[in-house]
Write a protein that binds this ligand. Sequence first.
Ligand SMILES: *[C@@H]1O[C@H](CO)[C@@H](O)[C@H](O)[C@H]1NC(C)=O
Ligand SMILES: *[C@@H]1O[C@H](CO)[C@@H](O)[C@H](O)[C@H]1NC(C)=O
Ligand SMILES: *[C@@H]1O[C@H](CO)[C@@H](O)[C@H](O)[C@H]1NC(C)=O
Ligand SMILES: *[C@@H]1O[C@H](CO)[C@@H](O)[C@H](O)[C@H]1NC(C)=O
Length: 395
Amino acid sequence: MQWKRVKFIVIMVMVNLFIFILMCRQSGQDKNGRQKIIVPSKPFWTKLSPVDAYWNRQQQILDFHNNPNWSVNRSSTDLPEWLAQTSVSSNTCDQNIKVTTQVKEYNVLPDRFKDFLLHMHCRSYPIVVDQLDICKEPPFLLLAIKSQIPHFDRRQAIRQSWGQAGVLANRTIVTVFLLGMSSSWDFHPDLSDSLRDEIGRHPDIIQWDFRDSFFNLTVKEVLFLEWIQSRCQGAQFIFKGDDDVFVNTYLILDFLNGLSEDKAKSLFVGDVINDAGPHRDKKVKYFIPESLYVGKYPPYAGGGGYLYSGSVAAHLYEVSRLVPLYPIDDVYTGMCLRKAGLGPEKHKGFKTFDIEEKYRTNPCAYKSLILVHPRTPQQMIEIWGWLRRSDLNCQ
Ligand SMILES: *[C@@H]1O[C@H](CO)[C@@H](O)[C@H](O)[C@H]1NC(C)=O
Ligand SMILES: *[C@@H]1O[C@H](CO)[C@@H](O)[C@H](O)[C@H]1NC(C)=O
Ligand SMILES: *[C@@H]1O[C@H](CO)[C@@H](O)[C@H](O)[C@H]1NC(C)=O
Ligand SMILES: *[C@@H]1O[C@H](CO)[C@@H](O)[C@H](O)[C@H]1NC(C)=O
């Protein structure tokens, strides 16, 4: 007994010492003697203090112009000098060449970042395929699936399974697929004939004229929020997700039917990630350099799929112009939610990191789940068949 106590005390002392050393290192200067950037904690866009990171500066500029406490008749000329330098003045969507000198170490950034930065200020791209009347009867649920031109089989599987438009369990559902362009510039084969054929058969494609890359998914998000307002404002709920997930649409409807009126209005649920921050390892898909962003991420729902109300969609659309585009779309949506004073709520039924292998072929496992990622087109059709079986007896 005594020994255990002594051991415990010694360990606690060591842990404290370790934390103390860590804190000293953090608050001091870095190896090169430069002053470390001080990252504001709490709502990081409300403070106006010098930072190097380009995104953070753009946010400060937007805050400067839109924060009612600061913007009483202030013009750009009132911006502090350190901020004014990075102000983007033009509204055109031409490349913003100034970033090449304004972003630290721009030249050594991976190409996708250079591309992103050159176009970061642009949020409007022409719509090339639209569905003007698809929401003439405002649906109870709008299913919006982020897809890419070559994924014909995924779209077809979704149409034949969980994404069937029409009436399900006495609720109306409208399905749309969100596409950009797959350019020959990226060495994509020309699939425009096949796409035209698909659009003729299935009036569910929305397409905009921008390059459909990972970093441009945020552009897709912003354009979709705008599209909802102009074409499907009456949708009561919206599910937005990837084309490689399985969704139990029945369970979504059950869940939505059971919500109180208040809850329904402010709904935003998904697989919520708390306390995350940018990856600094260059090899990770989600790598973000310090010259672009510093600080933590607000809580956000994984982009595999999340569910929200029509009124939240309207809020998101309004605040999105107050938040600079960020290269990771689900993080961006989290930033907008925070700006709107809202937050995502975790729902255990969203499994964006899949379920244990031993349950994956068990039909009953899918009865109580809203979303599972990833699933192939064939698996989507198989699992949907399981859910429709009336003799499926799960305890
Ligand atoms: C404006 O100032 C008030 C009072 O100081 C504060 O409560 C509020 O949060 C501020 N608003 C913003 C957007 O900073
Ligand atoms: C801001 O400017 C507008 C027009 O220039 C003027 O009508 C308004 O009174 C000004 N507001 C303040 C708080 O100075
Ligand atoms: C189906 O929905 C409509 C309106 O949404 C409702 O009036 C009707 O009672 C429902 N029918 C059943 C069988 O639940
Ligand atoms: C986003 O799309 C625009 C328009 O097609 C393109 O110029 C830009 O390079 C794209 N950005 C990224 C990061 O792919």
